[in-house]
Design a protein. Sequence first.
Length: 172
Amino acid sequence: MASSTKRYLPPLRERNFPYLTKELYEVVEDATDDYNCIAFAAGDKTRWWEPDPLGVYYWPIPKREYSVPCYTEMFESLGYKQCICSLRKRGFEKVAIYYDPVGCVATLYHAAVLPNTPTHAARQFPNGYWRSKLGPWELIEHKTLKCLNGTDRTGRRTSYGEPTKFLKRSLT
């Protein structure tokens, strides 16, 4: 993983991700609301990226909707091409778009998610590990995409849903 002295999320944040065990992740940067997961996956740590209809946030394409096709189109505008899986491929970086068909109600530690919307994006690095900016929270490095899936003991979804779309871009 990224460093010799591992740092982890506070327990209340970690609880949002039942499969996120200390063997599978570590914090690599402190919390900031300067940028979000979509911006980070796109390579931008200077602004929040979101396709909000009012245009409050940065979005690099004219189409503005919370849909997997719109997010896919946005990443394609950055040189990514759709691919079929998350496995590491030498010479490429990959992005995974998470999707939630059900949605969830907002809680103190989790934002509301509308059904059938993208919820998150993670970027794969050459070492095969993934990095995810957790909204305004920390940036983490995790070994698997499944780390950010899951439901709590009551069956309520507490994570980002499932990675549903994969894109790759040449590193050269």
